[in-house]
Write a protein that binds this ligand. Structure first.
Ligand SMILES: Nc1nc2c(ncn2[C@@H]2O[C@H](COP(=O)(O)OP(=O)(O)O)[C@@H](O)[C@H]2O)c(=O)[nH]1
Ligand SMILES: [Mg+2]
Length: 187
């Protein structure tokens, strides 16, 4: 079907502690992380996945969210096909930082790269003592930042994980296809 490589690079960003590394570990290995996720380094892992009858190799870059790691994080951005922009539903600051902190950084380093917004730890809606971010607020943020999709997720929702992964691959493929067509029309 395609003349280009079926490799997709995904970069996961969001505030420290929102659940990025746990999400990536479940996405790749279907289990909790084997090492300390409080690492201030980025980590990349690869997974083969078949979507619409095509085998893809997806590399997921899990980045540290702290302000002090911004310089390091910027090394992860070149050639990104899809951004997963995360917040935790029990952390209002992480939600506001989607627009306030992460969008300016992404506009600078990943202009034109499609984004998927993820509201993590959605299980905490049931028993959080703090005010949580509602699904409606997440949907409004999706429109505000022009994200291609929005999902709430919590560890254990394996079916949803497959839905998110398939969406990531389709969004990444569409981005590559657009870039490929552009390069063909230039030649
Ligand atoms: N309740 C709940 N806790 C989670 C979930 N995902 C991760 N956590 C916890 O959130 C903490 C931070 O997760 P981590 O993945 O290290 O965050 P990161 O800094 O964004 O990579 C860990 O203690 C996890 O156990 C989830 O879906 N629900
Ligand atoms: Mg982490």
């Amino acid at each position: 079907m395609t003349d280009f490589d079926p490799f997709i690079k995904v970069v996961v960003v969001g505030d420290k502690g929102v659940g990025k590394s746990w999400f990536v570990s479940y996405l790749i290995n279907e289990k909790s992380p084997s090492k300390n996720t409080a690492s201030s380094l980025f980590d990349s892992q690869v997974k083969q996945v078949e979507v619409d009858g095509i085998e893809y190799e997806v590399t997921i870059w899990d980045t540290p969210g702290g302000e002090e790691t911004k310089k390091l994080r910027c090394h992860a951005y070149p050639e990104t096909d899809v951004i997963l922009l995360c917040y935790s539903i029990d952390d209002q600051v992480s939600f506001h930082n989607v627009a306030r902190k992460w969008m300016p950084e992404l506009k600078r380093h990943c202009r034109g790269v499609p984004k998927i917004l993820l509201g993590l730890k959605s299980d905490l809606k049931r028993n959080s003592l703090k005010p949580v971010v509602s699904e409606k607020e997440g949907e409004i943020m999706q429109l505000h930042i022009n994200a291609t999709a929005f999902y709430e997720y919590s560890i254990g929702q394996n079916k949803k994980l497959n839905t998110i992964f398939s969406k990531v691959v389709r969004v990444g493929m569409r981005k590559k296809m657009t870039a490929y067509r552009k390069s063909c029309s230039i030649q």
